[in-house]
Design a protein around this ligand. Structure first.
Ligand code: C5P
Length: 228
């Protein structure tokens, strides 16, 4: 059985909105409805654990009914950061879960075909796979945000996206180890990397944009309406 955990408990402060980020409208519908629709349409996904802001649980339940989400197994309150929200999602999964797909609610344009490709790559290698894009910019590292410390070799840099797919026991172990070590990370692959197991890169999709700033909303709306 494959379960998707969708962390959607972010505040959306950087978007400058009063609404939680996952409820910000995109082309007339809350962001989360676009993201869940992609997972509802993906055949390999059996169940969804939706991690919501704790003051928006009722609104998420209302959206579940209104949109007739079939696969949403539980809607649970999130934690203080993304890692905690995913950790809570792991506790709420159906016990038969063998594979976990973690996907940020903030990437509403994810395509079912990408979800399937990453899932298949994870099955092939037996551990984990993530969507990522080769970096097209030249990358500078800085220690103070003012001066360049060094230029990294672009050929070796890939930008991580979600979906990220993991064997369920492996992801649980990675989160438990991170808690023990007091380690925090901005994606789940980083926690699994610490266990030294192989993780496959799968070519992501440049339209699978993560909505962080208001310009991202404009881009995503333009993509949805076919303007480019
Ligand atoms: O803030 P950022 O865009 O990196 O968040 C990535 C994803 O993690 C978003 O979908 C957001 O809703 C989610 N998140 C969460 N719980 C938090 C913070 C972020 O589920 N406490």
């Amino acid at each position: 059985m494959t379960t998707s955990i969708i962390p959607a408990a972010g505040k959306g402060t950087r978007l400058g909105s009063n609404l939680p980020k996952a409820l910000v409208p995109i082309a007339g519908k809350p962001m989360i409805t676009w993201t869940i629709a992609a997972f509802e349409q993906t055949p390999v996904v059996n169940a969804i654990v939706l991690v919501a802001p704790d003051d928006s649980l009722e609104e998420f339940e209302r959206l579940r009914t209104e949109n007739k989400w079939q696969k949403v197994f539980k809607i649970i309150p999130g934690g203080t950061d993304r890692q905690q929200s995913v950790w809570k999602g792991l506790q709420a999964m159906p016990s038969e879960t063998e594979w976990v797909i973690v996907h940020d609610a903030a990437r509403p344009l994810v395509k079912p075909s990408l979800i399937v490709s990453v899932w298949e790559a994870a099955q092939e290698i037996g551990t984990a796979a993530i969507a990522a894009l080769p970096c097209s910019d030249t990358v500078k590292r800085t220690l103070d945000g003012v001066l360049i410390a060094e230029t990294l070799d672009r050929e070796q840099i890939w930008l991580a996206q979600t979906p990220q797919v993991f064997a369920a026991d492996l992801l649980k172990e990675a989160h438990e180890q991170a808690i023990k070590d007091g380690c925090s990370a901005t994606d789940d692959a980083a926690l699994v990397e610490r266990l030294g197991v192989p993780i496959r890169l799968v070519m992501g999709d440049p339209t699978n944009i993560k909505i962080t700033h208001s310009v991202d909303l404009i881009l995503v709306e333009a993509l949805i309406s076919g303007k480019f």
